[in-house]
Design a protein around this ligand. Structure first.
Ligand code: HGY
Ligand code: MN
Ligand code: MN
Ligand code: MN
Length: 424
């Protein structure tokens, strides 16, 4: 199917679960990786292409569409009178390396389809509806996450302009290459009186809904992650060097990683080392230096931050024993975000409206251990999130999958949630 194939469909067909899933497949084709693997990073040619597709779908849905000063693709449907504050609906179009096709993407397309349903129903709401397709939730290219949504929230930091990607391109230069003016970044910021709230639909990226046989759930709060780049330095040397003369950075790092996991488990936190590089990286040379990432998250920021202090002491102890040196650079920090009672209520109403079965009178509420753009938007307005079951809780992997029936329910629930908010 070529770009924009859904144009051949009429409104109700275009906003069906089947059409939304077909658009997820279409967007999956815009990747910098070969062999059907998906990677789409901020300010890349693939980002340009999917913004253009999303703009077309937004306009087809009855919205005006524009790209904001941070490269987020936005769409707007006026309410009963022009210029009303907007309910934001959104998620992200960027991905991790070797990603699934629904993380972020499903939320953007659900938002566009729901706006189209409301526009074609002829209803005019007491607020405008705006869809925001954020350009960088993952932080894959520059290491710091939520760049698009932080620009919208007005919490952009000038220090980020010097962040570099693997090729050494600065964020500043990537902005210019993408056709954006770094000096205009402030134009992406929304003020809290322009916005009445933010709703995001997203796959759960965990096993809870599936374990409870629930297609949909309400997010109670989102765990705040802190990310670090840690460098452990020893002394490179011949692999035949006797034990008494070795300062092996990789052996020290390995001891640290296992100790960090043990500490995190005991503190009911999640710690992940996803990236590790060894220097000089040769079979018969003792590792002189190791660079590795650490992603640390938990239900409560205080527990996470206390554990991080313990981890720092742990790293110092291990390095002291082994004659190594450790350096730490924090690359990302996001506070936990809480979904408001009001928006948790409308999401619950939306789920109840679609759940004909009476045996589940109360929809499930659950914590999100995955981060979301909603965390950044929470700085300026109330947030609410609808979770959609994903098979095995698998995400950040090509096996990520959802069922058409669950997506159909999510579309109906999301639409019902927006209308519930409009009714009160
Ligand atoms: O890292 C996260 O939790 C999100 O998927 N970006
Ligand atoms: Mn993700
Ligand atoms: Mn996501
Ligand atoms: Mn690296």
């Amino acid at each position: 199917s070529g770009p924009g194939d859904s144009a051949g469909l009429n409104g109700s067909e275009r906003t069906s679960a089947a059409a939304v899933l077909e658009r997820c497949d279409e967007l999956a084709g815009f990747s910098s990786l070969p062999d059907g693997l998906i990677e789409r990073v901020y300010l890349s040619p693939e980002h340009t292409a999917v913004n253009a597709l999303a703009a077309g779908w937004m306009r087809e849905a009855g919205m005006t569409s524009w790209q904001d000063a941070a490269g987020n693709q936005c769409g707007r449907l006026e309410g009963a009178t022009p210029g009303l504050p907007a309910l934001l609906l959104g998620s992200h179009l960027d991905t991790v390396p070797s990603a699934g096709r629904y993380d972020g993407i499903l939320g953007v397309l659900t938002a566009i389809a729901v706006v189209e349903r409301i526009a074609s129903s002829g209803r005019s709401l007491p607020f405008a509806l705006e869809v925001v397709a954020f350009g960088d939730e993952e932080g894959t290219r520059f290491g710091t996450a939520l760049l698009g949504s932080r620009a919208l929230a007005g919490t952009w930091l000038d220090a980020w302009w010097e962040l570099t990607d693997e090729a050494g391109t600065t964020l500043h230069d990537a902005f210019v290459a993408f056709g954006l003016d770094p000096a205009a970044i402030g134009g992406a910021a929304r003020t809290s009186n322009e916005v009445i709230g933010y709703l995001e639909a997203h796959i759960e990226q965990g096993p809870v809904l599936e374990e409870h046989d629930q297609p949909l759930g309400i997010v109670s709060s989102i765990a705040g992650a802190r990310r670090f780049q840690i460098t452990i330095t020893g002394k490179a040397g011949h692999s035949g060097t006797p034990w008494t003369h070795r300062r092996d950075a990789l052996a020290g790092t390995s001891e640290a990683i296992v100790a960090i996991e043990k500490l995190a488990r005991a503190a009911d936190l999640i710690a992940t080392v996803g990236h590790l590089e060894v220097f000089p990286d040769a079979v018969n040379v003792i590792a002189g230096r190791v660079e590795f990432s650490l992603d640390l998250r938990g239900r409560f920021d205080a527990d996470r931050d206390r554990a991080w202090q313990q981890i720092e002491s742990l790293l110092e102890e291990i390095c002291a024993t082994r004659g190594l040196h450790v350096a730490v650079d924090q690359t990302h920090a996001a506070p936990a975000a809480h979904c408001s009672d009001r928006l948790r209520g409308v999401i619950a109403a939306g789920i109840r409206a679609t759940d004909a079965s009476t045996e589940n009178p109360e929809p499930l509420e659950l914590l999100s251990m995955a981060g979301h753009d909603a965390m950044a938007v929470a700085q300026i307005t109330e947030i609410g999130m609808l979770f959609v079951r994903c098979a095995g809780g698998v995400s950040h992997h090509p096996d990520e999958s959802v069922t058409e029936a669950d997506v159909a329910r999510a579309l109906d629930a999301f639409e019902a949630a927006v209308l519930e908010l409009a009714a009160h």
